[in-house]
Design a protein around this ligand. Structure first.
Ligand code: ADP
Ligand code: MG
Length: 495
């Protein structure tokens, strides 16, 4: 539980947040036309006659978008509505050629659901989802192409969006950030949306109100189109403080639509409730209601992969990985996929079962690999070390060919050169020395060369065993098998 509140002169205020997340559905074609949805194309090259709203053009539903909406609903345990309706939401804007957006109003495809979010103190909280509906995206006005004119790019016009509407269940910027993180993780796991917030495939309208603890809900303001998790958190912080200041100065909050400027660190009014659009919703006469049977829903459910919360529970329960490490591994789908792949490859390479190597594999992925990737500014997708190569390195530690210490050096070379661990160990002569005869000879030399330390050890200074182990490792450039060294050294020191 987070105990976030804002102190005003007259007491503490609670912050109430509800989010409307717009997630672009990963489909090749748009919601009602066959035009491509590929990101980054030349302006106005992906616009069908339907998207341009030419007279007489009729929308045709893209079945894949319906299926992804249903899968998303199932992934958050939501009620799926076997009957839903597309409505026209009427407004006039240059980037909306139809003069209306096709959306869902009274009968959305997905009803109430819930996600569990993970907070920084290790606690969890349930956040309710009110509904998910499907709608078309609008085009884009470009204000930076000409000194006096605004240009319009219609490539995005008609692209399928899911609007995921939360209940006003969040109480802090952290909870809101954790909620967006969880939704993003889930839609990416199931492949319904790529979650790429930099490219605008996911953006959030952030509703914020404040109230004294125990009071009814306050009047909210809606901050439009916030396009990163960091900005969601910042916008809430800034907006909640603004509202508290207004109330403390004796004012009241007007229900407004606002925008967030991350550079200035402030929100500013776009329009008040009085200026709000009257959308004059009505069922789109060009489209029949969407109806499907339970078998369709069951098939969508059967197509879902293991979701992040379930995967985390399995990594802990079946593989014995710590809860913290499991949370790190499952948060991003690419990381989870990498872990599953390297674990399978390690089992193959060592013949050991999953639970006996999983903890060491997890430690290696999180400590060594993620460490190097972060330092190099790469991502797991651009990792120079593949799961098979990582597994081969871990297998060399597991079978005693190299020590854990040497493995770190080998990994550094692998990361830089992309070479296989076995090749590096061979080329550099890094094989661990486990040959007792060779190690014994070195131990004898070191004991003979350090009579003072030997005397002190025998006089009761036990800790000096560390000194002798260190000398042996130094003499073998770290290649002596530490287990063998310890085993041979003690009886000799004890005399
Ligand atoms: P609208 O249809 O006008 O957008 P909704 O009732 O659907 O309004 O709410 C939109 C979003 O605002 C939802 O995510 C909801 O949780 C949130 N919300 C509603 N009331 C409040 C409030 N008092 N404070 C903060 N968020 C709120
Ligand atoms: Mg709204």
């Amino acid at each position: 539980m987070s105990n976030y509140s804002i102190q005003g002169a007259t007491g503490d205020f609670e912050v109430v947040i509800g989010l409307e997340i717009h997630a672009q559905i990963s489909s090749k074609a748009k919601l009602f036309s066959g035009a491509s949805t590929e990101f980054g194309a030349e302006p106005n090259t992906q616009v069908s006659l339907v998207d341009a709203a030419m007279p007489g053009m009729l929308p045709t539903i893209n079945g894949e978008c319906i299926r992804q909406g249903v899968r998303t609903g199932l992934a958050i345990g939501a009620q799926i509505n076997n009957f839903s309706v597309f409505d026209r939401k009427n407004y006039f804007y240059a980037d909306l050629p139809q003069g209306y957006q096709i959306s869902q109003f009274k009968h959305p495809i997905v009803g109430e659901g819930m996600v569990v979010v993970d907070l920084e103190d290790g606690s969890k909280k349930e956040i309710g989802v009110e509904r998910i509906h499907l709608e078309q995206d609008a085009g884009k006005s470009m204000h930076d192409q000409h000194p006096e004119l605004t240009y319009v790019d219609l490539n995005r016009t008609g692209v399928a969006l899911m609007e995921i509407v939360s209940k006003p269940d969040m109480r802090s910027p952290e909870e809101a950030g954790a909620y967006v993180t969880k939704i993003r993780s889930i839609v990416r796991y199931i492949g319904a949306c790529d979650g790429n917030m930099e490219q605008g495939s996911m953006r959030a309208d952030v509703n914020v109100s404040v109230r004294k603890h125990g009071d009814p809900l306050g009047t909210r303001c809606e901050i439009k189109n916030v396009n990163s998790i960091r900005f969601v958190r910042q916008a809430i912080e800034v907006e909640a403080n603004r509202q508290v200041d207004v109330i403390e100065a004796g004012g009241t909050i007007d229900q407004e639509t606002r925008s967030f400027d991350p550079v200035k660190g402030e929100t500013k009014s776009l329009r008040s409730k009085e200026e709000a659009h009257d959308y004059r919703y009505f069922p789109d006469p060009d489209l029949l209601p969407i109806e499907f049977d339970d078998a369709y829903v069951d098939a969508a459910r059967a197509s879902l992969p293991e979701l992040p919360d379930a995967k985390r529970a399995r990594l802990v329960g079946e593989l014995g990985i710590s809860d913290y490490n499991a949370a790190v591994l499952v948060a991003e789908k690419e990381n989870a996929d990498y872990f599953e792949a390297i674990l399978a490859a390690t089992m193959d390479a060592t013949g050991k079962d999953a639970s006996s190597v999983a903890t060491r594999v997890a430690n290696w992925v999180i400590g060594d690999l993620f460490g190097a990737i972060n330092k190099a500014g790469k991502t797991i997708a651009t990792s120079p070390v593949s799961p098979a190569q990582g597994a081969a390195l871990i297998a060399l530690i597991e079978d005693g060919t190299i020590s854990g210490r040497i493995a770190k050096d080998v990994f550094e070379i692998m990361f830089e050169t992309g070479k296989d661990a076995g090749v590096i160990v061979e080329e550099k002569g890094l094989k661990q020395v486990s040959d007792t005869g060779a190690i014994e000879a070195i131990i004898d030399e070191i004991i003979a060369a350090n009579p003072n330390q030997l005397a002190q050890y025998r006089a009761g200074k036990d800790k000096l065993i560390g000194f002798f182990v260190g000398q042996v490792m130094k003499a073998t450039q770290g290649k002596a098998n530490p287990g063998v060294v310890n085993q041979l050294l003690k009886p000799k020191l004890d005399g």
